[in-house]
Design a protein around this ligand. Structure first.
Ligand SMILES: Nc1nc2c(c(=O)[nH]1)N[C@H]1C(S)=C(S)[C@@H](COP(=O)(O)O)O[C@H]1N2
Ligand SMILES: [Mo]
Length: 302
């Protein structure tokens, strides 16, 4: 294969989605990182109700403002993004700061299947069969220094390839951040594929963060830099409107957005008349992540 770093899961390219889903061993929620990785059947039974969205929904209804603010702009324009070669600078409080090529990274990481709920702050949701590796493995590769407390992420900024960045909707480049314990949590992944195919540009190729218990905007796309720091890093949506978008942005049906309710969500692909469904605390990952926020007031740390 010409591009060895790409996902070696080629069965999916010629396999209908439902057959792909049946063949593969899914790690969903409770099973991840809890020593149950080999028990795909258990994970599937537990998450039996989780039906993935179709490839076409996942790759045609997107938010990626660097390519425009319309939901169909990313699918239309993101093919302009050059994703090869691609390097990720890992710097700050790490033992081995370097510009890592995607090939370097992929050679060292184990790609897994993760079937996750995905909840946008705009109150729509999907279920996505991601392929990726744990962010913790990448951070351990770089060697986190003992004083580090946060991880900052940055998206590529390419005015020649990104028609949306001529508009000051956000302060470009798009930046995001996590507390170190959130970043090291086994549910936090760097994604490289969907349904076993390479992740499309509109979904954040070639490397994109996915934090399933947080609102979608935390899951920053097309990452070029990861910086370990002891200061809470600035984040794009918080800078744009701190009253509406906090640093944590954990999915929480009891804390409304100032302009709309977060109690329910519209499932993409459900059809025009599908009823809204109740939003789950931490997007359904409460058992795994609630302890990260013990003693915190989630109405203040929203
Ligand atoms: N760089 C970058 N990352 C981004 C965004 C963006 O505009 N730029 N949008 C965010 C938002 S608001 C959401 S809901 C998700 C959407 O991911 P999807 O298009 O794969 O569904 O990406 C997030 N990551
Ligand atoms: Mo979003």
């Amino acid at each position: 294969m010409a591009f060895r770093w790409k996902n070696d899961l080629t069965e999916a390219a010629v396999t209908p989605e439902h057959i792909y889903m049946n063949r593969r061993q899914w790690i969903a929620g409770a099973a991840a990182g809890l020593g149950l990785a080999g028990m795909g059947g258990t994970a599937r039974a537990k998450e039996g109700a989780l039906q993935p969205n179709e490839w076409d929904d996942i790759t045609s209804y997107n938010n990626y403002y660097e390519f425009g603010t319309g939901k169909d702009d990313p699918a239309r324009y993101a093919d302009r993004l050059t994703t090869q070669p691609w390097t990720v600078k890992i710097d700050g409080m790490v033992e081995r700061p370097a510009d890592y090529t995607v090939e370097d990274i992929m050679a060292k990481m184990t790609i897994e299947d993760r079937l996750y709920r995905f909840r946008c702050v705009e109150a729509w949701s999907m279920v996505v069969p991601w392929n990726g590796f744990e962010l913790a493995d990448l951070l351990n590769m770089a060697g986190v220094q003992s004083g580090a407390k946060y991880v900052a992420f940055e998206t590529a900024l390419r005015p020649d390839e990104m028609p949306g960045v001529q508009f000051p909707v956000l302060d470009w480049p798009y930046v995001e951040g996590l507390r170190l314990d959130e970043a090291m949590h086994p549910l936090t992944i760097m994604t490289t594929g969907i349904y076993g195919r390479d992740i499309p540009n509109q979904n954040g190729a070639p490397l994109r963060l996915v934090v399933p218990w947080k609102y979608g905007f935390k899951s920053i796309k097309s990452i070029v830099r990861i910086t370990l720091t002891d200061q809470e890093p600035p984040t794009s949506w918080n800078k744009a409107n701190p009253r509406e978008y906090g640093f944590y942005s954990n999915v929480n049906p009891t804390v409304d957005h100032p302009r709309w309710s977060q109690a329910t969500e519209r499932q993409i692909g459900g059809g025009l008349f599908a009823p809204r469904i109740p939003t789950k605390m931490f997007n359904g990952y409460e058992a795994e992540v609630a302890s990260l926020y013990d003693g915190m007031d989630l109405t203040k740390n929203f």
